[in-house]
Design a binder for this molecule. Structure first.
Ligand code: ADP
Ligand code: ASP
Ligand code: MG
Length: 449
């Protein structure tokens, strides 16, 4: 058996249908080191599942969505050379999905929601392992819940790293000498065996966690772009793919909105020094980005990211004048609700900070509870409609002229809050959501074109 292990993760568009699955299968067949394969749900399926989980629907609407999911899965099965190998298992899963979707408590119980949300990955991994066997890869569909232990924070669970390692060593690693294990991203289980999920986009995180657990040398994230770009290529066609990135830069980019990587993906990579590759499953020959501990170059500006849906909260109390302990009380409430604050500014009687607030997410729900609690100690005002733009780079706080070049480029725009200096790798600011696309384009032009 090979000693240099690779974990390969394929995102939703990569396992969207039979053809795209075949491109992924070739990538796996070409690399004998790839022994663990992590897949997302086929494109669109998780969005359908989220709609079933979170929206009160009529039975006709439920049937309609379940049918859409069924069509996506059947379109793949019907192309298999031996559909009978997986047909029965798929039928059982579709029935499980339907039972959860029609459960009267589905909109109110997060444990049921997670059981439902997991179905996309559980079906795609079943089908993709069958496609791989057509390519002579000895693939086995492996239930990730046997090893990916999390806490019980349903819909946004945190992994228990040392347990994952132990379980992977006893249940996953021994299989790799003879099989390629195809497993589910995004899904986990708590210590009572109840299904959990890691939050949207969590399959990248799963791949990195499993790579860490089996001490893999590399982790490949195969997606729909040929690497990590200087900015989201959907914002500007001038964005360029980056040949290399450091762990720190990639972590900053992911945290501040580069959707190509789940924000937590770099944590396991950093702990275990695992090289992470990002490339396109449709065009693997085009290469991609290598994310490593030490890069050859450390430019002042590496990339620009945007994170949408920020809310700006200003808390104010006349009592704050000369008062001690007010900030502590505010941040204790924020910490209690497990929110992370990105930008903070303070003045004599007020403090402003931003919260990430994507609609219909855990953070939106927690923000509401937090704001309610804050109003018990101070005046709270909430403003919406902002995006956070971040320039990621190196030694930004100490090199001369780094910030002035950025501010000169965007002097025509109104910046609401700025955060600079706390970290050598970023400069962030808040702009209105109507301006943010232009801000990124203008900045990209000034820094990279
Ligand atoms: P997957 O389904 O494979 O996980 P995602 O849609 O989650 O794929 O992530 C890939 C997308 O991330 C790209 O299509 C691109 O629009 C977006 N993206 C955002 N920022 C960047 C960036 N800096 N570089 C590359 N892609 C980015
Ligand atoms: N399928 C999940 C989602 O769409 C996880 C993932 O694709 O990473 O969020
Ligand atoms: Mg993703």
């Amino acid at each position: 058996m090979t000693t240099t292990l690779n974990v390969a993760k394929f995102g939703g568009t990569s396992v969207a249908n039979y053809e795209t699955m075949c491109s992924c299968a070739k990538i796996i067949a070409n690399n004998p080191n790839t022994r663990v394969v992590v897949v997302s749900a086929a494109a669109g399926v998780t969005n359908h599942l989220v709609a079933l989980a979170n929206t009160p629907l009529t039975s006709v609407q439920i049937d309609d969505i379940v049918q859409k999911i069924t069509d996506i899965e059947l379109a793949i099965v019907n192309r298999l050379k031996h559909p009978e190998d997986v047909q029965e298992k798929l039928t059982v899963k579709l029935e499980e999905l339907k039972a959860l979707a029609t459960n009267e408590e589905i909109n109110f119980r997060d444990d049921l929601k997670d059981a439902l949300l997991s179905m996309g990955e559980r079906m795609s991994s079943l089908l993709f392992s069958a496609v791989l066997r057509e390519f002579e890869v000895p693939a086995i569909n492996f239930d990730v819940r046997k090893v990916l232990r999390t806490n019980s924070t349903f819909t946004n669970a945190s992994p228990e790293v040392s347990t994952i390692k132990q379980l992977s060593h006893s249940l996953l690693l021994p299989e790799l000498s003879h099989s390629v294990m195809v497993t589910q991203g995004f899904v986990g289980a708590d210590d009572q065996g109840r299904t959990t999920t890691l939050g949207r986009g969590g399959s990248d995180f799963t791949a990195a966690l499993l790579a860490e657990a089996i001490e893999a040398e590399t982790c490949e994230i195969w997606t729909d772009v040929i690497g990590v770009y200087t900015t989201d290529p959907r914002i500007t066609d001038k964005a360029k793919p980056l040949p290399e990135l450091s762990f720190e830069e990639a972590a900053e980019m992911a945290t501040f909105g580069a959707k190509v990587l789940h924000p937590a993906t770099m944590e396991p990579a950093l702990r275990q020094n695992i090289k992470v590759f990002v490339g396109s499953s449709r065009e693997p020959e085009k290469g991609g980005t290598w994310i490593v501990r030490d890069c050859e170059h450390e430019p002042s500006y590496r990339a620009i990211t945007r994170r949408k849906d920020q809310v700006m909260v200003t808390v104010k109390t006349p009592k704050m004048m000369y008062a001690q302990g007010f900030l502590q009380r505010v941040f204790t409430i924020i910490a209690k609700h497990q929110l992370s604050v990105d930008l903070v500014t303070t003045s004599e009687i007020s403090v402003s900070f931003t919260l990430d607030n994507p609609p219909n997410t855990v953070s939106e729900k927690m923000n509401k509870e937090t704001l309610a609690e804050l109003t018990t100690i101070c005046d709270v005002s909430v403003e919406q409609g902002f995006d956070l733009v971040t320039v990621v780079g190196n030694n930004m706080h100490s090199a001369a002229g780094v910030s002035s070049k950025i501010f000169a480029a965007i002097s025509d725009f109104n910046l609401r809050m700025i955060c600079f200096g706390a970290n050598p790798h970023n400069l962030s600011f808040v702009v209105s959501n109507q301006d943010s696309e232009d801000v990124v384009k203008v900045l990209h032009n000034a820094l990279f074109e």
